[in-house]
Design a protein around this ligand. Structure first.
Ligand SMILES: [Ca+2]
Length: 335
């Protein structure tokens, strides 16, 4: 099932070297992206990501950094879910049958600037407003809502959340900020300028990620669903499943609404999905592994995307990450 050099029998000369290089790249890429997911027994989601990674891998021959330290082990071949095209003999054949052309755009991060980020902040929500980050941080007894200087990472203001709440995603609607909680079924409304609490509302699901597209809230809850909500009442107005190559995608976490698209980092991976909220289809997948993410603690994962309209670029960070990156998402190299 799992591709290895044995699959290259019969491929000769320089082409063999090229194919072998790509297969090695794919093995590393797939292993890094899905290892933790295998352990969480979500084969459907893993299969979806596997399809995407296989499809994007062939164009990633110039992948900048992938150290052996990150590749902690190779998955048992028996644990790899069956995916159409993933068992073919060469990388080219696998990718060619796994995903049709143009279905998912393969993207990588181009780092423009690096800034400090509070390494004690378990980032759950991030947006930029009037040149200042609005950030939600999680964990019980440590959650807050804060305003942060992007240039220095300095916390300009912090309002702690009661210890029975685990704060999650956040978004701004006009002069208010709405903040989710993980399993407490409560969303807080704050004054965006003063961080004074205005009200709280209830909802039935988990709370993970939240963004505002200019007319409605879009929310994730760990399931493959995007839930649409009225920004004032928080009432549900609709929902749609998110799919990648026809497979539902779980664990969509922090969100950012940009120009009609929804960007979602996928929890416990270094992937960011671009979702068309009209269809739920993932139209692009960003491989953010080039960012210098901490390897410990285990929960220090990518989480936090904020759009900067003034520079037309994104800020990206993670839970307990010491750095914040300003990046572009650009097409993966084709060399
Ligand atoms: Ca965001």
């Amino acid at each position: 099932m799992w591709m290895n050099s044995a699959n290259l029998a019969g491929v000769g000369g320089s082409h063999r070297i090229e194919v072998q290089r790509k297969v090695e790249f794919l093995r590393h890429t797939v292993a890094v992206q899905v290892l933790s997911l295998f352990r969480r027994h979500r084969p459907v989601m893993v299969a979806a990501i596997l399809v995407a990674v296989l499809a994007t891998g062939c164009s990633g021959g110039t992948r900048p950094t992938l150290t052996d330290e990150r590749l902690v082990e190779t998955p048992d071949s028996a644990a790899v879910p069956t995916v159409a095209g993933a068992t073919a003999g060469t990388a080219e054949e696998s990718a060619g049958t796994a995903l049709g052309p143009g279905e998912v755009e393969a993207l990588v991060v181009e780092v423009l600037e690096t800034f400090p980020h509070d390494a004690t902040a378990s980032t759950q929500g991030l947006e930029l407003h009037n040149g200042v980050f609005l950030e939600s941080t999680g964990l019980y007894g440590r959650s807050d809502i804060r305003r942060v200087d992007p240039a220095t990472g300095s916390v300009l203001q912090s309002v702690p959340i009661d210890e029975q709440f685990f704060a999650e995603g956040l978004t701004r609607v006009d002069d208010q900020v709405i903040q989710l909680t993980w399993r407490e079924n409560t969303a807080f409304y704050w004054d965006a300028a003063t961080l004074e609490r205005i009200k709280e509302v209830s909802y039935a699901s988990d709370g993970w990620g939240l963004c505002y597209d200019g007319s409605r809230l879009i929310m994730t809850d760990g399931t493959p669903q995007l839930t649409f909500r009225d920004p004032m009442t928080f009432d549900e107005t609709g929902r749609i499943p998110v799919t990648l190559n026809g497979q539902e995608v779980y664990n969509l976490n922090e969100l950012e609404c940009v120009n009609g698209m929804v960007w979602a980092n996928i929890w416990q991976t270094e992937l960011i999905a671009r979702i068309d909220p009209a269809t739920g289809v993932v139209t692009g997948l960003v491989d953010a592994i080039a960012l210098d993410a901490p390897t410990e603690p285990e929960n220090a994962v990518l989480n936090g995307i904020a759009w900067d309209a003034s520079t037309q670029s994104f800020y990206v960070t993670g839970k307990l990450w010491p750095n914040m990156y300003r990046v572009n998402f650009v097409p993966a190299p084709t060399g």
